[in-house]
Design a protein around this ligand. Structure first.
Ligand code: NAD
Ligand code: WQD
Length: 341
């Protein structure tokens, strides 16, 4: 019988791509999302790619009773918990919203996993927990740094909640995946990133500028201590990232974990500068991007990229897709977006 995975935040950017990869790997998926940062039509995209209709429950993970009804309706082998608020700037303005949503959701999930006997949790963590590391690339042993935003702090706190819960409750175990910068879209252009309002992240701003929705892309700073002066990140294709979740679920449900709480960096191992992204985007999509260099963005980290060796060796997972292919997929998604809504 197919194993069943509960995907919270499954109509979101990473959740929708992961749902597709889980279905293609033979898992059954049930999605829970409150649609606070995603749209119902994403379900159609998932169905178009996979030919499968995914059960969807519009439920807020902060509601223990509504979430309990979902845990009672199905038997789950694992939960992948994506549901969270994720805008760094907004979290500074509305810290209580972020602490309430991100912490309560996770605690409800853990409570119900225990209550209903679901042993396995994959958690969406972030490279944000490393801050500006002294030594690059960062491995899982790199010390976490104090968070610079309430959002970042929720990832610290959620990791700690999971660590302490796994230590106290022998019936649960967890893998936390620390994502670097997920970008791009499914090659079918049926699903992708759906920013609301003015995008905060680089790639949606780039694609919206190319599409004429934004007049000009601001590149935040060219005076950093990097080869071309712009910031460096580890941009990972969202489909590669989605596949890491399938591997993590396989590991848990196949009893392959070495410890009951494991952490993996999910990145490419390659640092790419903002200006390199801009130039590559122009080259692979045969267009000119209107951009200007402006001052640094407050709170930006100069450079961070992953040492993904542990994930490569221990999970047998590796990022495969090139930056060229990924930036083509991002543009392709942007071009098809209007027809989706
Ligand atoms: P997203 O906003 O596209 O997806 C999150 C989904 O969760 C949305 O569909 C939203 O409607 C839903 N959601 C939020 N709060 C909810 C709640 N209380 N109950 C039910 N649903 C709720 O974001 P994403 O980029 O797909 O991120 C997924 C996860 O990965 C988040 O936990 C995020 O913090 C983490 N992450 C994202 C990035 C990134 O750059 N995108 C990097 C590192 C970590
Ligand atoms: C990337 C680079 C900007 C926009 C954020 C979160 C982090 C994690 C990933 C969730 C930076 C530059 C951007 C623009 C620009 N998310 N940039 N012009 O800042 O690495 O990380 O998303 O966990 O927690 O903080 O991503 O996409 O915002 O920026 O020049 O209009 O692009 O300065 O160097 P970031 P980003």
């Amino acid at each position: 019988m197919a194993k069943r995975v509960l995907v919270t935040g499954g109509t979101g950017y990473i959740g929708s791509h992961t749902t597709v990869e889980l279905l293609e790997a033979g898992y059954e998926v049930v999605i829970v999302d409150n649609l606070s940062n995603s749209e119902r039509f994403v379900l159609k995209g998932i169905q178009k790619i996979t030919g499968k209709r995914v059960p969807f429950h519009k439920v807020d993970c902060c509601s223990l009773s509504r979430l309990r009804a979902v845990f009672k309706q199905y038997e789950f082998d694992a939960v992948i918990h994506f549901a969270a608020s994720k805008a760094v700037g907004e979290s500074v303005e509305k810290p209580l919203l972020y602490y309430r949503n991100n912490l309560t959701s996770l605690m409800n999930i853990l409570t119900l996993m225990r209550e209903t006997g679901v042993p396995n949790l994959v958690f969406s963590s972030s490279c944000t927990v490393y801050g500006q590391a002294e030594k690059l690339p960062v491995s899982e042993q790199t010390p976490r740094r104090e968070a610079t935003s309430p959002y970042g702090n929720t990832k610290h706190m959620c990791e700690d909640i999971i660590r302490d819960s796994v230590a106290a409750y022998p019936e649960i175990r967890s893998i936390a995946l620390r994502y670097f910068n997920p970008i791009g879209a499914h090659p079918s252009a049926e699903i992708g990133e759906l920013p609301r309002g003015v995008p905060n992240n680089l790639i949606p701003f780039v694609t919206q500028t190319a599409a004429g929705i934004r007049p000009v892309l601001s590149v935040f700073g060219d005076d950093y201590n990097t080869p071309d002066g712009s910031c460096i990140r580890d941009y990972i294709n969202v489909v590669d990232l989605a596949k890491a979740h399938v591997v993590a679920v396989n590991r848990m449900t196949g009893d392959k974990m070495k410890e009951r709480y494991e952490i993996f960096n999910i990145g490419t191992g390659r640092g790419v500068s903002t200006l390199e992204v801009v130039r590559t985007f122009e080259k692979v999509n045969h267009l000119k991007l209107n951009y200007k260099i402006v001052g640094r963005r407050a709170g930006d980290i100069e450079a961070v990229w992953a040492d993904p060796t542990y994930a490569n060796e221990e999970l047998g997972w590796k990022a495969c897709k090139s930056l060229d292919e990924t930036l083509q997929s991002a543009w392709n998604w942007q071009k098809h977006l209007d027809g989706k809504k």
